[in-house]
Design a protein around this ligand. Structure first.
Ligand code: PLP
Length: 299
């Protein structure tokens, strides 16, 4: 198995044609490069959890996700690296495994399928206890790695982020990464979270609950550029991804980072920024999820 190596991350500037002199510069933190499967933020959210599970002598990790979840496949791979068996509660029943789930099985993860309805219990302690009862000494990682160690681990990405950036752009799913970074970065660095689902702005409340009292300002969510909802896309988004690659040589994923960069482009067009702003976009990985659109992409 290929090692997960944080040192492979690089900061790559976008071509100046892309932002047309509207800001001082835009860089991308290429966390997609640390590993093809355990990419980007997923590794940071998992690493403290898995180390803790192993150190404390747990025998299995249990986590949750849907059939296209980057978190599930990252957990499958990373758990194998840590030599600890992994089990996933998967949302929905499938006639045929998705490519993501196939990879999970390949890395030795055991999958337990539950209906969409049952899955909604995934934050109910009683239901979790019932699911965990089938296994000995189980360590539970919530969906999206959204626990204390997940947030703290995500905060460790701060070491790649220079204090001169005025704005940080992040793609948001559970909000774990945004929370971890908001709590770690300098207060004056403004974080814009781009949510790839419909009406995702409601998450501002749940995110706020986890922010340190002196750090809960200078951030907000944008939820306009969801393209029909989570996992949805259209030709315009594909064209955007191809043009972005053509100019910048950076591959984006169809679920998260494409919608973030599309949204950032809209903010530039709306003159949201001033000319002295310097933006860092976090490439949170997820490229394994492009399989379903691969034939339409130039990369
Ligand atoms: C999971 C994921 C996110 C969302 O991260 P959260 O910490 O859940 O908000 C963003 N980008 C990519 C590529 C992801 O796979």
């Amino acid at each position: 198995m290929v090692t997960i190596d944080e040192r492979l991350a690089v900061i790559q500037p976008l071509h100046k044609f892309w932002y047309k002199g509207k800001v001082l510069g835009i860089d991308v933190l290429r966390l997609d490069l640390i590993h093809p499967i355990v990419s980007g933020n997923k590794w940071f959210k998992l690493r403290l959890n898995l180390a803790n599970a192993v150190d404390d002598g747990f025998k299995t990790v249990l986590t949750f996700g849907g059939g296209y979840s980057n978190h599930l496949v990252a957990t499958a791979y990373a758990a194998k690296k840590f030599n600890i068996p992994a089990v996933a509660i998967v949302r929905g029943k499938y006639d045929k495994l998705t490519p993501t789930l196939q990879s999970c099985v390949e890395y030795g993860m055991e999958l337990i399928f539950v209906t969409q309805e049952e899955y909604k219990n995934n934050e109910q302690p009683d239901w979790i206890r019932q699911m965990a009862a089938h296994f000995d000494d189980i360590y539970i990682i919530p969906e999206g790695g959204a626990n204390e160690l997940g947030r703290t681990g995500a905060g460790l990405m701060d070491r790649f982020i220079d204090k001169n950036y005025t704005h940080i752009a992040i793609a948001v799913g559970s909000g774990t990464t945004l929370i971890g970074l908001r709590n770690k970065l300098k207060r004056q660095q403004y974080i814009i979270g781009f949510v790839p689902m419909k009406e995702g702005k409601y998450m501002e409340q749940s995110i706020n609950k986890h922010l340190d009292k002196n750090k809960n300002t200078n951030w907000h969510l944008q939820d306009e550029w969801h393209f029909g909802g989570f996992g949805k896309w259209n030709k315009e988004l594909i064209t955007f991804m191809n043009e972005f690659y053509d100019l910048n040589k950076i591959p984006l994923d169809i679920v998260y980072t494409s919608k973030m960069m599309y949204g950032l482009n809209q903010l530039l067009l709306d003159n949201y920024f001033i000319s002295t702003d310097k933006i860092l976009c976090i490439h949170s990985g997820g490229l394994q999820g492009n399989i379903s659109v691969q034939k339409d992409l130039i990369y």
